[in-house]
Structures are given as C-alpha cells and as structure tokens.
Design a protein around this ligand. Structure first.
Ligand SMILES: *Cc1c(COP(=O)(O)O)cnc(C)c1O
Length: 379
C-alpha cells in the first residue's frame, strides 16, 4: 500500500478554530472595544450558559482548573485535619489543590478496565476524618455515579467532581458537573472546551457556596461592596476575553464531542483482538474522549514507531501521583492497577477533526509495533 508520509498531530486546535474563525474574531473585538476585561457582561453570560449546559443553578468563572478545585475545598471549609480521597491515577493538579488547603490526600487505586475509581475504592478509604472524595472523570469518562453518590451520601462526606477532562460527558442523562456538591472545570486550551489561555469554572447548586467562592476569589471582598474585605482571600477570576471565546466555542462542544466519540468507536473497531488494549466504556455513560488511551506491553517499541512515522502521542500519566516527590509522604502503600497502567499507557491522536484515514494509519502503526514487541521478532 502507498501511504502518505504526512505526520498526524496529537491534537489539531487550528482546525477546530478554523471552523469558527469569524465568530472568534468578532467576540474578541467586542470585548476589546468595551474596556471591561475582568468580570462584566461577557463573564456573566458565559457563566449562565455553562450552568445551563451542565444542568446546575450556578457557575463561577475562575482563573484555571486547579484554582477551581482549591476554591471548592476552601468554600466547603475543608483544611488541616481533614482527609480528602483522591485517585492515584489523575493529573497532579487534583492532589495539589488538596495539599494547598492543608488537607491530607488519601490515594486510592482505580479499576483496571476504565482506570477510574469505583464506589468500593472510596468506601474502603473512608475514615472518621474523611471530609470529601474528589471523583476525576479522567480521559472524559464518568464512573458509576449512582454507586459513588450512594457511598458518599451514606458517609456524609462531600462529593467533588474534577471534570477538567469531561466537558459535556454524561452519566445516564445528566452531565458531568451536576452530580457533586460542586465540580471543577479547566478550560486549558487543549481541553474539550478550551480558552485562548488559562481559564476555569466551578458548577454547583449551592448558592451559599457560590457566595463564599466569589468572595474568596475576589480578594475576600464582601459581595456588593467595593472596599470591605471580610476574609483574606486571593485573586482567581475569569477574564472577559476568555469568557467571550468560551461562549462561542460552547455552541460547538456537542458536535465536537460527537466527532470524538465517532473517532473513538473507529479506534475500537480497528484495535479489537490486537495487542493494543483500549479502555472499556460503561454503556450507562456517554464519554467525551478527551484522550484516547491505548495499553501495550512494550511501550517504547510503540512510541518509537509512532515517532518514526511522525505521529503525535502523549503519556497520561507515566508517574502516578502517589509516587511524585511532593506527594510520597501521603502514600500508604502501592496502587497496583495505577502503577501497572502507568507503564503501559500511551495516548494517541484524538481530536474532533481527525479523519477515518488518520485513525486507520495510527492503528496500522500501533498494531505492527505492539505485535513486533511481544512476539520477540523485533520491530
Ligand atoms: C487540566 C486538569 C486540571 C487542572 O487544570 P488547569 O486549568 O491546568 O489548572 C485538573 N485536573 C485534571 C484531571 C486535569 O486534566
């Protein structure tokens, strides 16, 4: 066969932005003409749109996704002496936020088929000091939120969603961001809904929590006043420019997520029965495939082959959080599934405009390299 020698990027943001270039330019121009760059009508409009999209009463724009988690914890009064259950398999930001408020992260392992925590993992880690569990919808998929909701409700602990990789994902008919006491979103440019820089948001139905978070993230200002500061807070706000961009992109989110799901389905067709293992998907949920994860026995052989063909790849995440230097002091023993997965995972190209031909090409290279590496015949 005669293949094109063009590479395939890991993520193609330019193609997505090209679809809506005019609206993005208009949104940018509107904001720059107003001179209102922090807060104001564009931020309020995005907050209202995003709350409606997620199915919550409120949304608070903040500076980034890590701040969103931290502000939720602070708003719930979680701090020193409190334990917060977290997955070992997540981006370090989840853990950083817990440590930042002075609480103790308690690492739990994940299920092998989806690499997400289960209700049983949470239940086994609950102690009298547990204040909350942070559920991370990693790679764009939600775990069994019925079972997790029941465990956290019974234990009387807060359920917090880290939905930074799951904009628009659903468990049954409800969207990520609407299950917990509050949920954190990141709009880092590469996320399913991405800004033109750093940005984040919190969704919740708890109006009192919203007031505490809005005040804390605006220098502790007493809401409605200009010069009164009720607590020593900090600065974590959503820029008007980012909000205007996000409002434009939000209209395309469902279509982009559907395109990701189609690509994920094709990856599954092509990799079935090969030495490349994909993640399972619970039929009760609707994932949004922020990342497409493949597990292989000899990762180096596979990444070398992808490099040789100019195909982008990533690792999410090769060093589990409980084995990262700043967090080893919180580790209470191994997380076997997470540690095994960390050696096997490779993230392959996944973005809404990826073509079927591109998915075919990635799979051909993956399968050949994975086979070569396990059969001992060289690659
Ligand atoms: C991206 C991400 C974050 C942090 O978001 P930032 O906006 O980069 O601070 C937190 N958790 C997870 C799972 C993420 O993927």
């Amino acid at each position: 066969m005669n293949h094109s020698t063009d590479g395939i990027p890991f993520l193609d943001l330019a193609a997505q932005h090209g679809e809506i270039a005019n609206q993005l330019d208009e949104a940018w121009a509107k904001v720059t003409s107003t001179n209102g760059f922090i807060g104001g009508p564009y931020v309020a409009a995005f907050e209202a749109d995003y709350a409606r999209y997620c199915g919550t009463s409120d949304c608070v724009g903040v500076a980034n996704g890590t701040d969103a988690i931290e502000l939720i914890l602070r708003g719930l009064g979680i701090g020193p002496g409190d334990e917060v259950i977290v997955p070992a398999n997540t981006f370090v930001a989840t853990i950083e936020a817990v440590v930042e408020v002075g609480a103790t992260p308690v690492f739990v392992d994940v299920a092998d088929d989806v690499l997400l925590v289960t209700a049983a993992h949470i239940e086994a880690a609950i102690t009298p000091r547990t204040a909350a569990a942070i559920i991370v919808h990693l790679y764009g998929q939600m775990p069994d939120m019925d079972a997790i909701g029941e465990v956290t409700r019974k234990a009387g602990i807060a359920l917090i969603e880290d939905a930074a990789q799951a904009h628009g994902a659903r468990w049954r008919d409800r969207r990520a961001g609407s299950f917990g006491h509050a949920a954190a979103f990141s709009f880092y440019p590469g996320k399913n809904l991405g800004a033109f820089g750093d940005a984040g948001a919190i969704t919740t139905n708890d109006a009192a929590l919203v007031r505490r978070i809005r005040s804390y993230g605006d220098h502790g200002r007493v809401l409605g006043t200009k010069h009164e500061h009720g607590v020593s807070g900090r600065n974590s706000r959503l820029d008007a420019l980012q909000a205007a961009i996000l409002s434009v992109k939000l209209e395309r989110l469902d279509a982009w997520n559907a395109a990701r799901r189609a690509a994920a389905a094709y990856y599954r067709d092509l990799l079935e029965g090969t030495d490349c293992r994909v993640l399972a998907a619970d039929p009760r949920g609707t994932p949004v495939y922020h990342l497409e994860i493949v597990r292989v026995a000899d990762r180096e052989a596979v990444t070398n082959a992808l490099d040789a063909h100019g195909i982008g790849w990533g690792l999410h995440y090769p060093i589990p959080c409980h084995q990262q230097d700043p967090f080893t002091r919180f580790a209470h023993g191994p997380c076997i599934v997470t540690e095994q997965a960390a050696r096997e995972i490779v993230s392959v190209p996944m973005f809404p405009t990826i073509t079927r031909r591109e998915v075919e090409r990635v799979c051909e290279i993956l399968v050949a390299a994975a086979q070569g590496s396990t059969s001992g015949t060289g690659s």
